[in-house]
Each structure stands twice: as structure tokens, then as C-alpha cells.
Design a protein around this ligand. Structure first.
Ligand SMILES: [Zn+2]
Ligand SMILES: [Zn+2]
Length: 332
């Protein structure tokens, strides 16, 4: 009998699915790419043909322009070569999917990036039992246990209301994190306009077009300082400390990221108000998911592989590291 998953070949630049002659999230241009979600380290440009959810394709199109796109809706099954392929929600960002591959009586699930907590901008992660679970491990250390999102949002609102002369500037990745923070604020009853850095505009618009309403958003350009006092301003993490922020009224610097658990990281960016809000599974979510998916083998794509591999072995699950390159932790 052939080794389990012998038809799936991990390469440094991605996962090659031989009987489909297709790659999952390849970091280099390929003839056929299956893409889990729109973050730039998973969704590169230049492929001849792409299979992804309609939302992911729309995100890729804003970045790379028109491409040969094959939209696959959640739960739809398509046949590529000799493989049945299905996309199911991963709960990571709008359009994010796990890719389910079936061939030779075996089922392989590629998680892409995922989380298990509710996210008002995308449908929740769907548990799909399988033979091989190919998982991320961005926060694959027991020290990473993300707190409740609502309590982090409450801390943000509390800080905002404590000092109406200032604004709170929140650094958040432009795809996913920014829209999730805005939506969580709305869910906590914050109806005031939220100001944004120009780099947020395109993706916030796209989210709106795809049915995620974000309430009243305003560009900071041309707005007098005083008008932004007592308001939340959202920007990409890279803009937190740059000249641009001087146009804001004495900003309290915040950042929404799973890495804010690490004091050192918050200090590096001069973050006064670290908000631990992550779009990746924490340690408990990773291990719970592996238990629920109950695979014969776990293959780990990127992140802190060592501890998760060890956890699998102590739970009698075969595990291996794939050592894929080119995936950054940018999109936490
Ligand atoms: Zn991602
Ligand atoms: Zn990633």
C-alpha cells in the first residue's frame, strides 16, 4: 500500500497536488494555483489560472488586476484532473477557505490560515474530518492564548472615552483585521464615524461591496485635527510611527495583533495600548482543531512548528514539518 498522501508533494514554494497538476498557495507563479485566501503571502500574482472563492478572487483582482479566475463557492465541489476539490470556510478573513482534496480514497485538508473565534466579517471555520490535516502554526506555542475579543474592544473604547481631547490610532492590517476591528466596534455600539488612512480605502470599499457593512468611515485627508479628537483612526501598522500621524490630535497609539501578547513587539512599535486581537488560531484553538479533525497525520506549513509537532506526537498523531518558505506572519 502506498504511503498516506503520497500524491501530495510539499515543496519549499508550496504544496503540489500531483493528480490535479495544481499547487496550493504557491509563492511562485504556476500554471494552476488553488488559493486559500487573499493575504499576499498566500495569494501571489502571475499564475496562469486560479481557483479560489469569489471573495478571494475579488481581493486578488484589486491587487493584481484581471486573471484567469475559476470561482468556487463554499461547499461546491469541482474536479481538477483526478482530484475532487472543495472549499470550506476557514474563519480567517473574508473569503478565506480550507481546501479539501480527495483522491485515491484519501481526504487531505489544507487549512490555510484559520481561527476558531467568531469574526463578524466572515463565516466560521468548518471542522472537516480527514486523513491528513495540513495546518498553519503561526501561534503554535502554549504561551499564545488570545483573550476574548470583546474585552479587548472594551479596553479600546474605554481608552477613547477617557481622553476626548485625543484620538486613538489603531494599527491593523488592511485586509481583514481593520474591517474586523471596525465591525467589532459597531457591535459594541460605537456608531461614531471612524477615520482611516488612505491605504485602507480600497479594501474597506471592497468589503462593503461584498456585503460587509462598516458604518460611517471617513478619510483623514484634509480633515482638521480638532475634528478627529475623541475619534478612532485606523491605519496600517507601518503608518503608526510615520510622519503621517502628526496630522492627528495627540494620538494614543494602539495596535490590534496576536503579537501584542509579546511586550517586546509592542515596545518596538511604540504601542501604548496593545490589543491582542488575532486572525490566527491560538495554541488552544490549534490543538482543539486537531482533536476535532482527528487526522491520521498532521503536516505543519508555517509558524512555530516544533511545539505543535511535539504535541501531536504525545497525542499519538504522526506529524511533520513542511518547511515552506515565503509565508510571513504579516497577517496576524
Ligand atoms: Zn492570512
Ligand atoms: Zn499566513
Amino acid at each position: 500500500m502506498a504511503r498516506l498522501g503520497s500524491w501530495i508533494e510539499p515543496h519549499p514554494e508550496g504544496i503540489y497536488v500531483r493528480p490535479a497538476d495544481a499547487w496550493v498557495d504557491p509563492s511562485q507563479p504556476k500554471a494552476r494555483a488553488l488559493v486559500t485566501h487573499g493575504h499576499a503571502d498566500h495569494a501571489r500574482g502571475g499564475h496562469d489560472a486560479v481557483w479560489a472563492t469569489p471573495e478571494t478572487l475579488a481581493i486578488m483582482e484589486t491587487r493584481y488586476g484581471e486573471q484567469r479566475a475559476n470561482p468556487v463557492a463554499y461547499d461546491e465541489t469541482v474536479r481538477i484532473g483526478e482530484v475532487e476539490v472543495r472549499f470550506v470556510p476557514a474563519g480567517h478573513v473574508l473569503g478565506s477557505a480550507q481546501i479539501i482534496l480527495e483522491h485515491a480514497g484519501e481526504r487531505v485538508v489544507v487549512s490555510g490560515d484559520y481561527k476558531r473565534r467568531t469574526d463578524p466579517t466572515c463565516p466560521p471555520f468548518v471542522v472537516t474530518p480527514c486523513d491528513i490535516f495540513i495546518t498553519e502554526a503561526t501561534f503554535g506555542l502554549p504561551v499564545f492564548r488570545h483573550p476574548d475579543t470583546g474585552s479587548e474592544i472594551d479596553r479600546l473604547l474605554h481608552r477613547l472615552h477617557a481622553d476626548p481631547e485625543r484620538c486613538v490610532l489603531v494599527g491593523a492590517y488592511a485586509l481583514g483585521k481593520a474591517q474586523r476591528v471596525i465591525k467589532e466596534l459597531r457591535a459594541r455600539g460605537h456608531d461614531a464615524p471612524i477615520f482611516y488612512h488612505g491605504a485602507m480605502e480600497r479594501l474597506c470599499r471592497l468589503y462593503e461591496e461584498l456585503g460587509v457593512s462598516l458604518g460611517e468611515l471617513r478619510h483623514t485627508a484634509g480633515v482638521p485635527k480638532a475634528e478627529m479628537a475623541g475619534h478612532i483612526v485606523i491605519c496600517p501598522p507601518g503608518a503608526l510611527n510615520d510622519r503621517w500621524s502628526r496630522r492627528l490630535p495627540d494620538p494614543v497609539t494602539a495596535m490590534a495583533s496576536g503579537w501584542m501578547r509579546i511586550r517586546q513587539r509592542a515596545r518596538q512599535r511604540n504601542v501604548e495600548l496593545p490589543l491582542i486581537i488575532s486572525d490566527h488560531a491560538d495554541w488552544d484553538e490549534l490543538t482543539t482543531t486537531i482533536r476535532e479533525v482527528a487526522p491520521k497525520e498532521v503536516w505543519i506549513t508555517h509558524g512555530r512548528e516544533e511545539a505543535l509537532k511535539h504535541w501531536c506526537m504525545t497525542h499519538q498523531i504522526k506529524a511533520r514539518e513542511l518547511n515552506l518558505v515565503g509565508y510571513e506572519d504579516e497577517d496576524d
